[in-house]
Design a protein. Structure first.
Length: 396
Protein backbone atom coordinates (compact mmCIF):
# COMPACT_ATOMS: atom_id res chain seq x y z
CA UNK A 1 0.00 0.00 0.00
CA UNK A 2 2.88 2.29 0.88
CA UNK A 3 4.65 1.33 -2.34
CA UNK A 4 1.54 2.19 -4.34
CA UNK A 5 1.29 5.65 -2.68
CA UNK A 6 5.00 6.22 -3.31
CA UNK A 7 4.52 5.41 -6.99
CA UNK A 8 1.58 7.78 -7.19
CA UNK A 9 3.62 10.55 -5.60
CA UNK A 10 6.53 10.02 -8.04
CA UNK A 11 4.12 10.14 -10.95
CA UNK A 12 2.53 13.27 -9.56
CA UNK A 13 5.90 14.99 -9.26
CA UNK A 14 6.46 14.58 -12.97
CA UNK A 15 3.17 16.23 -13.86
CA UNK A 16 3.75 19.85 -14.88
CA UNK A 17 2.36 22.36 -12.39
CA UNK A 18 -0.36 24.47 -13.99
CA UNK A 19 -0.50 28.05 -12.82
CA UNK A 20 -3.72 28.67 -10.91
CA UNK A 21 -6.33 31.40 -11.39
CA UNK A 22 -5.17 32.86 -8.08
CA UNK A 23 -1.73 33.65 -9.47
CA UNK A 24 -3.18 34.89 -12.75
CA UNK A 25 -5.40 37.36 -10.91
CA UNK A 26 -2.53 38.43 -8.67
CA UNK A 27 -0.33 39.07 -11.72
CA UNK A 28 -2.95 41.42 -13.23
CA UNK A 29 -3.39 43.85 -10.31
CA UNK A 30 -1.23 45.83 -7.96
CA UNK A 31 -2.66 44.40 -4.73
CA UNK A 32 -0.17 43.04 -2.23
CA UNK A 33 -0.36 39.24 -2.27
CA UNK A 34 -0.66 37.19 0.85
CA UNK A 35 2.50 35.87 2.46
CA UNK A 36 1.43 32.31 1.72
CA UNK A 37 0.91 33.19 -1.94
CA UNK A 38 4.37 34.73 -2.17
CA UNK A 39 5.94 31.61 -0.71
CA UNK A 40 4.16 29.33 -3.16
CA UNK A 41 5.10 31.63 -6.06
CA UNK A 42 8.78 31.50 -5.08
CA UNK A 43 8.73 27.71 -4.91
CA UNK A 44 6.97 27.28 -8.20
CA UNK A 45 9.26 29.82 -9.92
CA UNK A 46 12.36 27.91 -8.84
CA UNK A 47 10.73 24.72 -9.94
CA UNK A 48 9.93 26.16 -13.42
CA UNK A 49 13.49 27.43 -13.81
CA UNK A 50 14.88 24.03 -12.91
CA UNK A 51 12.49 22.31 -15.29
CA UNK A 52 13.46 24.69 -18.09
CA UNK A 53 17.15 24.00 -17.57
CA UNK A 54 16.53 20.28 -17.46
CA UNK A 55 14.48 20.30 -20.66
CA UNK A 56 17.07 22.46 -22.43
CA UNK A 57 19.76 19.97 -21.43
CA UNK A 58 17.66 17.13 -22.79
CA UNK A 59 17.15 19.03 -26.06
CA UNK A 60 20.90 19.59 -26.43
CA UNK A 61 21.52 15.92 -25.79
CA UNK A 62 18.93 14.93 -28.38
CA UNK A 63 20.39 17.38 -30.90
CA UNK A 64 23.84 15.91 -30.35
CA UNK A 65 22.41 12.45 -30.90
CA UNK A 66 20.68 13.69 -34.07
CA UNK A 67 23.93 15.11 -35.42
CA UNK A 68 25.76 11.90 -34.60
CA UNK A 69 23.08 9.86 -36.34
CA UNK A 70 23.14 12.18 -39.37
CA UNK A 71 26.93 11.80 -39.61
CA UNK A 72 26.55 8.06 -39.36
CA UNK A 73 23.98 8.10 -42.15
CA UNK A 74 26.37 10.13 -44.33
CA UNK A 75 29.19 7.69 -43.63
CA UNK A 76 27.00 4.71 -44.48
CA UNK A 77 25.88 6.37 -47.72
CA UNK A 78 29.51 7.01 -48.64
CA UNK A 79 30.31 3.39 -47.88
CA UNK A 80 27.46 2.28 -50.12
CA UNK A 81 28.92 4.31 -53.01
CA UNK A 82 32.29 2.65 -52.51
CA UNK A 83 30.70 -0.79 -52.44
CA UNK A 84 28.66 0.08 -55.54
CA UNK A 85 31.81 1.03 -57.40
CA UNK A 86 33.51 -2.17 -56.33
CA UNK A 87 30.48 -4.24 -57.34
CA UNK A 88 29.80 -2.31 -60.59
CA UNK A 89 29.47 -4.65 -63.59
CA UNK A 90 31.83 -2.45 -65.63
CA UNK A 91 34.67 -3.53 -63.33
CA UNK A 92 34.13 -7.10 -64.40
CA UNK A 93 34.28 -6.34 -68.14
CA UNK A 94 37.12 -8.31 -69.75
CA UNK A 95 40.02 -6.28 -71.20
CA UNK A 96 39.11 -7.40 -74.74
CA UNK A 97 35.69 -5.80 -74.37
CA UNK A 98 37.24 -2.62 -72.97
CA UNK A 99 39.49 -2.41 -76.01
CA UNK A 100 36.50 -2.82 -78.32
CA UNK A 101 34.64 -0.08 -76.44
CA UNK A 102 37.61 2.23 -76.89
CA UNK A 103 37.85 1.40 -80.59
CA UNK A 104 34.16 2.09 -81.22
CA UNK A 105 34.43 5.32 -79.22
CA UNK A 106 37.11 6.73 -81.51
CA UNK A 107 36.01 10.02 -83.11
CA UNK A 108 35.41 10.15 -86.84
CA UNK A 109 38.26 12.61 -87.26
CA UNK A 110 41.76 11.26 -86.60
CA UNK A 111 42.99 13.99 -84.26
CA UNK A 112 41.28 13.32 -80.91
CA UNK A 113 41.47 15.83 -78.09
CA UNK A 114 42.10 15.09 -74.42
CA UNK A 115 38.34 14.65 -73.91
CA UNK A 116 37.98 12.00 -76.63
CA UNK A 117 38.99 8.40 -77.09
CA UNK A 118 41.57 7.00 -76.74
CA UNK A 119 43.06 9.64 -74.43
CA UNK A 120 39.94 10.18 -72.32
CA UNK A 121 39.27 6.47 -71.81
CA UNK A 122 42.82 5.92 -70.63
CA UNK A 123 41.96 8.06 -67.60
CA UNK A 124 38.88 6.11 -66.44
CA UNK A 125 40.79 3.68 -64.25
CA UNK A 126 44.01 1.74 -64.13
CA UNK A 127 42.26 -1.24 -65.75
CA UNK A 128 40.90 0.92 -68.55
CA UNK A 129 44.25 2.61 -69.01
CA UNK A 130 46.00 -0.74 -69.26
CA UNK A 131 43.44 -1.99 -71.79
CA UNK A 132 43.52 1.18 -73.91
CA UNK A 133 47.30 1.50 -73.96
CA UNK A 134 47.64 -2.15 -74.95
CA UNK A 135 45.22 -1.80 -77.90
CA UNK A 136 47.47 -1.17 -80.89
CA UNK A 137 44.58 -0.31 -83.23
CA UNK A 138 43.93 2.90 -81.26
CA UNK A 139 47.40 4.32 -81.80
CA UNK A 140 48.27 3.74 -85.48
CA UNK A 141 47.05 7.15 -86.73
CA UNK A 142 48.60 10.48 -85.81
CA UNK A 143 47.92 13.99 -87.08
CA UNK A 144 50.55 16.66 -86.51
CA UNK A 145 49.62 20.27 -87.18
CA UNK A 146 52.59 22.59 -86.89
CA UNK A 147 51.54 26.20 -86.41
CA UNK A 148 55.24 27.02 -86.32
CA UNK A 149 57.41 24.74 -88.43
CA UNK A 150 60.65 25.27 -86.53
CA UNK A 151 63.25 22.92 -85.11
CA UNK A 152 61.84 23.06 -81.60
CA UNK A 153 58.35 22.08 -82.81
CA UNK A 154 59.70 19.14 -84.79
CA UNK A 155 61.73 17.90 -81.82
CA UNK A 156 58.63 17.98 -79.62
CA UNK A 157 56.64 16.19 -82.32
CA UNK A 158 59.37 13.59 -82.61
CA UNK A 159 59.08 12.73 -78.92
CA UNK A 160 55.29 12.63 -79.08
CA UNK A 161 55.20 10.51 -82.24
CA UNK A 162 57.63 7.99 -80.77
CA UNK A 163 55.52 7.59 -77.65
CA UNK A 164 52.22 7.50 -79.58
CA UNK A 165 53.33 5.01 -82.23
CA UNK A 166 55.16 2.82 -79.70
CA UNK A 167 51.70 1.70 -78.58
CA UNK A 168 50.78 0.72 -82.15
CA UNK A 169 53.22 -2.18 -81.94
CA UNK A 170 53.63 -3.77 -85.39
CA UNK A 171 50.58 -2.16 -87.01
CA UNK A 172 50.82 -0.13 -90.21
CA UNK A 173 51.17 3.55 -89.38
CA UNK A 174 49.29 6.49 -90.86
CA UNK A 175 50.84 9.94 -90.53
CA UNK A 176 49.33 13.32 -91.49
CA UNK A 177 51.55 16.37 -91.36
CA UNK A 178 50.79 20.03 -92.04
CA UNK A 179 53.81 22.27 -91.94
CA UNK A 180 55.05 25.41 -93.67
CA UNK A 181 58.76 26.08 -93.81
CA UNK A 182 60.53 29.39 -93.59
CA UNK A 183 64.21 28.71 -93.93
CA UNK A 184 65.06 32.34 -93.30
CA UNK A 185 63.58 32.18 -89.80
CA UNK A 186 64.99 28.76 -88.93
CA UNK A 187 67.50 27.34 -91.44
CA UNK A 188 67.79 24.11 -89.46
CA UNK A 189 64.04 23.35 -89.58
CA UNK A 190 64.09 21.30 -92.84
CA UNK A 191 66.96 19.18 -91.56
CA UNK A 192 65.17 18.58 -88.25
CA UNK A 193 61.99 17.74 -90.16
CA UNK A 194 63.81 15.15 -92.27
CA UNK A 195 65.31 13.63 -89.14
CA UNK A 196 61.82 13.48 -87.65
CA UNK A 197 60.48 11.68 -90.73
CA UNK A 198 63.45 9.33 -90.94
CA UNK A 199 62.54 7.93 -87.52
CA UNK A 200 59.09 6.95 -88.82
CA UNK A 201 59.30 6.49 -92.60
CA UNK A 202 60.20 2.81 -92.47
CA UNK A 203 56.96 1.99 -90.59
CA UNK A 204 54.58 4.39 -92.36
CA UNK A 205 52.11 2.87 -94.83
CA UNK A 206 50.02 6.01 -95.42
CA UNK A 207 51.39 9.54 -95.35
CA UNK A 208 49.79 12.87 -96.23
CA UNK A 209 51.51 16.24 -96.40
CA UNK A 210 49.86 19.62 -96.40
CA UNK A 211 51.56 22.98 -96.85
CA UNK A 212 50.88 26.45 -98.18
CA UNK A 213 53.82 26.04 -100.54
CA UNK A 214 54.13 22.43 -101.52
CA UNK A 215 57.35 23.01 -103.45
CA UNK A 216 59.02 24.17 -100.23
CA UNK A 217 57.91 20.99 -98.53
CA UNK A 218 59.06 18.83 -101.44
CA UNK A 219 62.43 20.56 -101.39
CA UNK A 220 62.93 19.57 -97.78
CA UNK A 221 62.15 15.97 -98.68
CA UNK A 222 64.19 15.70 -101.86
CA UNK A 223 67.28 17.04 -100.15
CA UNK A 224 67.30 14.15 -97.72
CA UNK A 225 67.72 10.43 -98.11
CA UNK A 226 64.45 9.12 -96.74
CA UNK A 227 63.45 5.51 -97.13
CA UNK A 228 59.79 4.56 -97.56
CA UNK A 229 59.94 0.77 -97.99
CA UNK A 230 56.37 0.13 -96.80
CA UNK A 231 54.57 3.22 -98.07
CA UNK A 232 51.32 2.28 -99.84
CA UNK A 233 49.35 5.56 -100.01
CA UNK A 234 50.69 9.06 -100.60
CA UNK A 235 48.70 12.30 -100.42
CA UNK A 236 49.71 15.89 -101.05
CA UNK A 237 47.46 18.82 -100.33
CA UNK A 238 47.86 22.47 -101.21
CA UNK A 239 46.15 25.02 -98.96
CA UNK A 240 46.84 28.38 -100.54
CA UNK A 241 46.55 30.10 -103.90
CA UNK A 242 50.02 31.05 -105.08
CA UNK A 243 51.53 33.20 -107.79
CA UNK A 244 54.24 31.02 -109.21
CA UNK A 245 57.32 32.71 -110.73
CA UNK A 246 57.62 32.35 -114.48
CA UNK A 247 59.76 29.39 -115.42
CA UNK A 248 59.61 27.98 -111.92
CA UNK A 249 60.18 24.24 -111.95
CA UNK A 250 59.15 22.61 -108.67
CA UNK A 251 60.61 19.24 -107.69
CA UNK A 252 58.60 16.30 -109.06
CA UNK A 253 56.56 14.41 -106.52
CA UNK A 254 56.93 10.76 -107.38
CA UNK A 255 60.66 10.86 -108.02
CA UNK A 256 60.95 12.40 -104.57
CA UNK A 257 59.44 9.16 -103.31
CA UNK A 258 61.31 6.80 -105.62
CA UNK A 259 62.34 4.69 -102.62
CA UNK A 260 58.65 3.90 -102.08
CA UNK A 261 58.67 0.87 -104.36
CA UNK A 262 55.54 -0.48 -102.64
CA UNK A 263 53.54 2.68 -103.37
CA UNK A 264 50.10 1.85 -104.78
CA UNK A 265 47.94 4.94 -104.48
CA UNK A 266 48.69 8.62 -105.06
CA UNK A 267 46.05 11.23 -104.29
CA UNK A 268 46.55 14.91 -104.91
CA UNK A 269 43.76 16.88 -103.27
CA UNK A 270 43.04 20.48 -102.44
CA UNK A 271 41.37 20.28 -99.07
CA UNK A 272 43.45 18.64 -96.40
CA UNK A 273 41.48 15.83 -94.78
CA UNK A 274 43.15 12.73 -93.39
CA UNK A 275 41.87 9.64 -95.10
CA UNK A 276 40.07 11.53 -97.86
CA UNK A 277 39.18 9.32 -100.78
CA UNK A 278 36.64 11.49 -102.57
CA UNK A 279 37.20 11.57 -106.30
CA UNK A 280 37.04 15.31 -106.80
CA UNK A 281 38.84 17.95 -104.80
CA UNK A 282 40.13 21.34 -105.79
CA UNK A 283 43.76 22.23 -106.25
CA UNK A 284 45.60 25.16 -107.76
CA UNK A 285 46.72 24.14 -111.27
CA UNK A 286 50.29 25.33 -110.73
CA UNK A 287 50.50 23.28 -107.57
CA UNK A 288 48.96 20.43 -109.47
CA UNK A 289 51.88 20.52 -111.90
CA UNK A 290 54.33 20.68 -109.02
CA UNK A 291 52.84 17.64 -107.37
CA UNK A 292 52.25 15.45 -110.36
CA UNK A 293 54.30 12.59 -111.72
CA UNK A 294 57.99 12.43 -112.46
CA UNK A 295 59.55 13.83 -115.63
CA UNK A 296 62.11 11.05 -115.82
CA UNK A 297 61.42 8.45 -118.47
CA UNK A 298 63.60 5.90 -116.70
CA UNK A 299 61.79 6.05 -113.38
CA UNK A 300 58.68 4.08 -112.50
CA UNK A 301 56.90 2.85 -109.41
CA UNK A 302 56.18 -0.80 -110.24
CA UNK A 303 53.25 -1.25 -107.84
CA UNK A 304 51.42 2.01 -108.53
CA UNK A 305 47.78 1.17 -109.31
CA UNK A 306 45.96 4.45 -108.72
CA UNK A 307 46.81 8.06 -109.53
CA UNK A 308 44.19 10.69 -108.74
CA UNK A 309 44.74 14.38 -109.27
CA UNK A 310 42.28 17.26 -109.39
CA UNK A 311 42.74 21.00 -109.56
CA UNK A 312 40.81 24.20 -109.98
CA UNK A 313 41.60 26.80 -112.61
CA UNK A 314 41.49 30.34 -111.33
CA UNK A 315 39.69 32.09 -114.14
CA UNK A 316 39.16 30.44 -117.51
CA UNK A 317 39.65 27.39 -119.64
CA UNK A 318 42.71 28.81 -121.38
CA UNK A 319 44.49 29.14 -118.05
CA UNK A 320 43.60 25.57 -117.21
CA UNK A 321 44.77 24.34 -120.61
CA UNK A 322 48.22 25.86 -120.15
CA UNK A 323 48.85 23.92 -117.00
CA UNK A 324 47.25 20.82 -118.46
CA UNK A 325 49.82 20.86 -121.25
CA UNK A 326 52.53 21.14 -118.62
CA UNK A 327 51.00 18.14 -116.93
CA UNK A 328 50.94 16.06 -120.09
CA UNK A 329 54.58 16.83 -120.80
CA UNK A 330 55.37 15.08 -117.54
CA UNK A 331 52.85 12.25 -117.85
CA UNK A 332 53.85 11.04 -121.32
CA UNK A 333 57.40 9.92 -120.50
CA UNK A 334 56.28 8.32 -117.27
CA UNK A 335 54.16 5.73 -118.95
CA UNK A 336 51.95 3.35 -117.02
CA UNK A 337 52.95 0.44 -114.82
CA UNK A 338 51.66 -3.04 -115.56
CA UNK A 339 49.48 -2.96 -112.46
CA UNK A 340 47.90 0.45 -113.06
CA UNK A 341 44.13 0.27 -112.65
CA UNK A 342 43.09 3.91 -112.35
CA UNK A 343 44.38 7.18 -113.74
CA UNK A 344 42.17 10.13 -112.95
CA UNK A 345 42.58 13.83 -113.71
CA UNK A 346 39.84 16.37 -113.12
CA UNK A 347 39.81 20.14 -113.46
CA UNK A 348 37.33 22.75 -112.34
CA UNK A 349 37.50 26.19 -113.92
CA UNK A 350 35.48 29.36 -113.74
CA UNK A 351 35.18 31.80 -110.87
CA UNK A 352 32.50 29.71 -109.20
CA UNK A 353 33.74 26.36 -110.37
CA UNK A 354 30.77 26.01 -112.67
CA UNK A 355 32.36 23.57 -115.09
CA UNK A 356 34.46 20.48 -114.74
CA UNK A 357 36.76 18.67 -117.11
CA UNK A 358 37.41 15.01 -116.46
CA UNK A 359 39.60 12.39 -117.98
CA UNK A 360 38.25 9.23 -119.56
CA UNK A 361 40.30 6.07 -119.77
CA UNK A 362 40.14 3.12 -122.11
CA UNK A 363 42.47 0.25 -122.92
CA UNK A 364 44.38 0.20 -126.19
CA UNK A 365 45.35 -3.39 -126.84
CA UNK A 366 48.39 -4.55 -124.90
CA UNK A 367 50.38 -1.37 -125.32
CA UNK A 368 48.86 1.04 -122.83
CA UNK A 369 45.82 3.18 -122.12
CA UNK A 370 44.18 6.06 -123.90
CA UNK A 371 43.53 9.17 -121.86
CA UNK A 372 41.07 11.60 -123.41
CA UNK A 373 41.79 15.01 -121.94
CA UNK A 374 40.49 18.38 -123.15
CA UNK A 375 39.46 16.82 -126.43
CA UNK A 376 42.88 15.29 -127.07
CA UNK A 377 43.65 11.57 -127.13
CA UNK A 378 46.76 10.97 -125.05
CA UNK A 379 48.43 7.58 -125.30
CA UNK A 380 50.21 6.39 -122.16
CA UNK A 381 52.45 3.39 -122.92
CA UNK A 382 52.60 0.38 -120.69
CA UNK A 383 55.75 -0.72 -118.90
CA UNK A 384 56.10 -4.46 -119.41
CA UNK A 385 55.24 -7.33 -121.75
CA UNK A 386 51.70 -7.85 -120.47
CA UNK A 387 48.96 -5.31 -119.96
CA UNK A 388 45.79 -6.94 -118.67
CA UNK A 389 44.66 -4.51 -115.98
CA UNK A 390 41.11 -3.22 -115.92
CA UNK A 391 41.03 0.56 -116.25
CA UNK A 392 38.20 2.47 -114.68
CA UNK A 393 36.99 5.73 -116.20
CA UNK A 394 35.32 8.58 -114.41
CA UNK A 395 31.59 8.86 -114.08
CA UNK A 396 30.04 11.33 -116.53
Amino acid sequence: MEGRNSSVQEDASTVPVIITHEFLRASKNNDAPLQETLQVARERREEAIAKTADIAAQIRELQAQQRALAQEITRHKSDVLVYDRVLAPIRRVPPDILREIARHALPLHPYPSLTESPLSLSHVSSAWRKAVLSSAVLWDILVLYFKEADSRSFKRADRMAKEWFSRAKARHLTLFVKADFDSEDDPSAPRTFRRFLSNLSARVHHVAFCASRVDDLLSTLIDGTLSWPNLKTLEFIEKQWLNWPEGHEPPPLLSTFQTAQSLRRVRINYEFGPGTSAEHHNCDPAVFVAMTVTDSGDFILPNLTSLRVSFQGSYNLEYTTIFTNMLLSRVRPMGVSERMQLVEFSATYGKKGSRQLRSALSTVGEQGILLRWLGEDIFLPKRGPIFDSVFTGLHP
